[in-house]
Design a protein around this ligand. Sequence first.
Ligand SMILES: [Zn+2]
Length: 308
Amino acid sequence: MKKIIIIFVALVFYSTSVVAVEKMKFKYNFHENLPKKWITEFENIMNIVQEEFPIDENTNNIVKMAISRNKPLNIYLWLDTNKDPFPEFKKNGRKFIMNESAVMGDGTKSWIQLKVHKQDLRENISMSYYVVVHEYFHIYQKALSKLLRQSLSDYNPKWLVEGGATVLGNIYTRQYYGKDTLKSDIRDRKSWKFKVVTKEPHLYEKHKTSPHKGYDRNYAGSSFMLLAFVNELKKNNISEEEAFELVFREYWIQRSKQPYDSNYWRVAFKNTFGMSVEDFYKKLSKYKRKDLKKILPSKTLKIQDIFN
Ligand SMILES: [Zn+2]
C-alpha cells in the first residue's frame, strides 16, 4: 500500500511540473466601446494562439527572463469610433494618441494596440480577428529571435516579417471562420506592383523601400513573396506544413543565433532553408501573375499541422 501511495504522490508531482510551463503574460485593456461578444471571441483566439504557438519559458533564456520579471505585455483594444481611445496613455512620457493596429515600443516598454473597425464587424468580422493573430505573431517572431526590444521596422526581411504575419493570420481565419482575404488582396493590382516584387525583391526587405501605398497595401506584395518562397521549398520535397513551419518558426530560431545586424539575417536564411536569398530572388524573377492561384495555401491547412 505504501508503495502505491509513493507512486501516486510522485505522479501528482510529475504531472503538476509538466503543466506548469509559464507562458508570456498579456494584459488586456478593453475600451468600453467594444462589443462584449467581440471581447469573448478575442479571448478565445488568444487562448488558441498561446496554446498552438506559445511564447513560454521554454522558448529561450531571454523570454524566460522576460516572464520572470512578471510584467505583462499590455494590449490596448478599441472600436474605431473613438478618436482618442486611451487619453491617459503616454509614449516616452508624452501624450500619445493610438490610431492603428501595431506592435509598438518606446524604449522602456512594448505594447500592442488593436483598432477594431466597425465596418469589419458589419461586413466581415473575421477580418477583425485576423488582426489579433497578425499582431500576436509579431510578438512570437520577436520572442523566438530574442529581439523582444527591437522595433519591428528594423527587422529583416520585411517580406518574411509582414508576409509571415499576414499569411498566418489568413490561414487562421480560413480554418476557424471559413474565410480569408489573401486571394483578393494579392489579386488587387492597385495593392502592389508585380514587376517590382519579381524584379526588385530587395526593396521588400525594408519597410522604407516598400511603402504601403502602391507597393504593399495589406502586405499583398510581401505575402506573394512568402507564398512563392513556400512554393519553392515544396519543390525540394518539403511538405506544405513543413515549409510553413520553417518560415513561421524555424527561421526565427535560427535568427536568434546570429548577431543583431542588418545583414546577418541572410546567414540565418541560408541555414534554415538551404537556399540563399539571392537564389530565391532568381527563382522569383521567373514568376508570372497567373502563378498566383498555384501558390495559395491549401484551404484545408490547419495551424495545428504547421506548429506540431
Ligand atoms: Zn504587421
